[in-house]
Design a protein around this ligand. Structure first.
Ligand SMILES: Cc1cc2nc3c(=O)[nH]c(=O)nc-3n(C[C@H](O)[C@H](O)[C@H](O)COP(=O)(O)O)c2cc1C
Length: 466
C-alpha cells in the first residue's frame, strides 16, 4: 500500500537588516541586502516568494546591538550585522498588499514590553494579511537589549520563560476570550456595530502583568497567530510543550535531530496536546545550480567572501584571535584575558591555535542540513531529511537576495512538486495555520491551553475593575 509522502514546509528566512546569518555576503554582485530599508525591497521579496511558492517569509529580530565582541558595536556596525535593523512587524503590511498567499512570520520578544500593545499589533497583522500571520516567540538573548529597556543586565534564562508564560496567558485571554465570534454585528440598519454583551474585560491580575482589556481588535481569522519558537533548553522545551505549534530545532545527525524533536513532541503530549501538535523545522542551506559545476562555483564564491569578523561578532566571541600571533593557543589567550570561564574554553580542544580557530570559522560548520548540487542532488538530500530524520520543514538561509529564493523557486520547487513533496500550488484563501495543519484548522485546537478562555471562560471578574 503506498502511504502518503511526508510533505515539506518551506519558509524563507529573512531579517530586516543588511547582514543576517550569511556574514559578509551582502557585498556580492546583484545582492539587494543593502536595500532592506526601501519599501521596494519588501514588495519584490513578497512577489519572488509567492512566485516560488514558499509557505511563509520568516523574519528574525533582535532588539539590541551585538557589542560583546571587541567590547563594542564597531564590528557589527562595519559588517551591517543586524544593525541597522528595521521593525519586522512594520514591513509585513507592505508585503501583504502585493501578495495573496504567502504567509509571514515575525519575531517579537516577551521580555521587555508588556503584552497588551503586542496583542493589538499582532491581531492587526492577522486582519491585514487575511489570516497569514505567525509569531516567533523569543525571550531575547542580547545583553545590550536589556540595557535598552531599562535593565542593568539580562533577566535570568529560566525566569524569562516564566515571564513569557504569563505573557502568553494574557495574550490568549485577549485574543481568544475577550470577544465572541458573533460580537461584531455590523448592523447598519440599527446603527449597532458590536454587541456589548459579547465583548468583555479580561481583568488579568498576575505576578508580572495587570491587564484590564477589553482587547482592542475584533477577532481575526486565526485569532491567535501561528505560534513559532526556537529552543533547546529544558525550560524552553517545557514552554514549547505548552504553547508552540512550530519549533525550530536541529541536529548534527539523524539521531540527534530525532532526540531533539522527540523531546519537544513529548513535552506537548505531556500537556495533553497529543503527539501531532507541533511541527519541527530546521534551518537549511541549499545551494542549487543547473549543473554540479554551477552549484559548486556559487558555494566557492560564498565561502571565499564569508566574513570571519561577522561570525565572531554574531557569536559574541569572548576573545579576538586576530589580535594575537597565529600560533598562540586559544586557551592561552583566554587565560591572559581572564576569560577561561567562557563557553569558548569548553568548546575548543586544548592546543587549538588562533590560526586553526580562524580556519575552522572560515571553513564553516559541519552541518547536516546543508546541500550543494543540481536539483536532483538537492531533492534527494531533502527527501532524506524528510524520511530518514523526520524533519517537517526548513527555514531557507539566504546567501544572496533574491538569488537564493529565485533559484529555489525555479530549480528546486518544480522537482519537489514532481516528487509529491510540496503542493502543486497554493489553496486560495487558506490561513497560515490551515496551510501547516490542514483545511479547517484556522484556529488553535481545543487541546491548546488558549482554548480555555473561549467565550469568556476562566477570565477574571467580568465587571470593570476599580
Ligand atoms: C532558526 C532560529 C531562529 C532564531 N531567531 C531568533 C530571533 O530572531 N531572535 C532572537 O532573539 N532569537 C532567535 N533565536 C534564538 C532563540 O529564540 C533562543 O534564544 C535559542 O534557540 C535558545 O533557546 P533556549 O535558551 O531555550 O535553548 C533563533 C533560534 C533559531 C534556532
Amino acid at each position: 500500500m503506498p502511504t502518503e509522502k511526508k510533505q515539506l514546509i518551506v519558509n524563507l528566512f529573512e531579517m530586516a537588516c543588511v547582514s543576517h546569518i550569511t556574514h559578509g555576503l551582502w557585498v556580492l554582485e546583484g545582492n539587494n541586502r543593502h536595500r532592506t530599508a526601501e519599501l521596494d525591497y519588501w514588495l519584490e521579496l513578497a512577489q519572488v516568494s509567492e512566485d516560488a511558492g514558499f509557505d511563509a517569509i520568516f523574519l528574525a529580530d533582535v532588539i539590541g546591538a551585538y557589542d560583546d565582541f571587541r567590547d563594542g558595536p564597531e564590528t557589527a556596525l562595519r559588517e551591517g550585522l543586524q544593525i541597522p535593523n528595521l521593525d519586522p512587524l512594520s514591513v509585513i503590511p507592505a508585503m501583504a498588499a502585493v501578495s495573496r498567499n504567502v504567509g509571514f512570520g515575525a519575531t517579537y520578544s516577551t521580555s521587555y514590553e508588556p503584552p497588551f500593545a503586542f496583542a493589538r499589533r499582532a491581531a492587526t497583522l492577522d486582519h491585514l494579511t487575511n489570516g497569514r500571520f505567525g509569531w516567533n516567540i523569543v525571550t531575547s538573548y542580547l545583553s545590550n537589549a536589556a540595557r535598552n529597556f531599562g535593565l542593568a543586565e539580562q533577566i535570568e534564562h529560566d525566569t524569562r520563560y516564566r515571564i513569557a508564560d504569563e505573557y502568553l496567558e494574557v495574550l490568549y485571554k485577549l485574543w481568544e476570550g475577550s470577544w465572541d465570534d458573533d460580537a461584531v454585528l455590523n448592523d447598519r440598519e440599527h446603527g449597532v456595530y458590536s454587541d456589548p454583551d459579547k465583548v468583555r474585560y479580561i481583568n488579568h491580575h498576575g505576578e508580572h502583568f495587570q491587564v484590564a482589556g477589553p482587547h482592542l481588535v475584533a477577532p481575526s481569522r486565526q485569532r491567535t497567530p501561528v505560534l513559532f519558537q526556537a529552543t533547546g533548553s529544558a525550560a524552553g522545551i517545557e514552554f514549547a510543550g505548552r504553547h508552540a505549534e512550530v519549533v525550530f530545532t536541529g541536529g548534527r545527525t539523524a539521531a540527534d535531530y530525532r532526540a531533539n524533536s522527540g523531546k519537544i513532541l513529548a513535552a506537548a503530549a505531556q500537556e495533553g496536546r497529543g503527539t501531532q501538535a507541533i511541527k519541527c523545522i530546521v534551518q537549511a542551506g541549499v545551494i542549487v545550480g543547473r549543473t554540479e559545476e554551477e552549484a559548486q562555483r556559487k558555494w566557492d564564491l560564498y565561502r571565499s567572501r564569508t566574513s570571519v569578523d561577522g561570525i565572531m561578532a554574531h557569536g559574541g566571541f569572548a576573545i579576538d584571535p586576530t589580535a594575537y600571533s597565529p600560533d598562540t593557543t586559544v586557551h592561552e589567550i583566554l587565560a591572559r584575558e581572564g576569560k577561561l570561564d567562557s563557553p569558548l574554553a569548553s568548546s575548543t580542544p586544548p592546543g587549538t591555535t588562533a590560526e586553526a580557530l580562524l580556519d575552522q570559522l572560515r571553513a564553516g560548520r559541519q552541518e547536516r542540513y546543508f546541500v550543494v548540487g543540481t536539483p536532483k542532488v538537492v531533492c534527494d538530500e531533502i527527501e532524506r531529511w524528510l524520511d530518514a530524520d523526520g524533519v517537517d520543514g526548513i527555514n531557507l538561509r539566504q546567501y544572496h537576495s533574491f538569488g537564493t529564493a529565485r533559484d529555489f523557486g525555479e530549480l528546486v520547487v518544480p522537482e519537489l512538486r514532481r516528487r509529491g513533496r510540496i503542493p502543486q500550488g497554493y489553496t486560495a484563501g487558506e490561513t497560515l495555520r490551515e496551510r501547516i495543519f490542514g483545511a479547517g484548522n484556522s484556529r488553535l485546537p481545543q487541546t491548546h491551553r488558549a482554548a480555555r478562555y473561549r467565550l469568556g471562560a476562566n477570565l477574571g471578574s467580568l465587571q470593570p475593575s476599580g
